[in-house]
Unconditional design. Structure first.
Length: 124
């Protein structure tokens, strides 16, 4: 633990832990955004081409917004703790990607593909 963090009071430490938690939560949301967009758009009564076009426009826009929020949280963490916040952000994004890969493996192995192209992505 750095000397700057040791000198800080418990409210500052609690706020730093909260910001780190928000960065992790934001990283998980950022990784799940494409899937959330496809799920949301698949529940609309639209043709496939319209769904993919809207996902092509909306998903990158949402991801850019999510990255902007993560960078703001990282800047607040850096200013609060007087330490570089990049390791916290990098660790949270790495952990979120590992969770996403684990979820994909779980989905593929345990839920399996139906082989029915009419059934779609969501098993019922």
């Amino acid at each position: 633990m750095g000397a700057a963090l040791r000198r800080q009071t418990w409210p500052v430490r609690l706020a730093a832990i909260g910001l780190a938690g928000l960065m992790f939560l934001g990283s998980v949301v950022l990784v799940a955004l494409p899937l959330a967009w496809l799920w949301f758009l698949s529940h609309l009564d639209l043709a496939y081409l319209e769904i993919y076009f809207l996902a092509l426009i909306g998903c990158p826009t949402a991801i850019v917004g999510g990255v902007w929020v993560l960078l703001k949280l990282n800047r607040a963490y850096t200013e609060l703790t007087e330490r570089d916040g990049r390791p916290v952000l990098e660790a949270s994004i790495t952990l979120a990607v590992l969770i996403a890969v684990g979820a994909l493996i779980f989905w593929t192995v345990f839920l399996g593909a139906s082989g029915d192209p009419n059934r779609g992505l969501w098993p019922s």
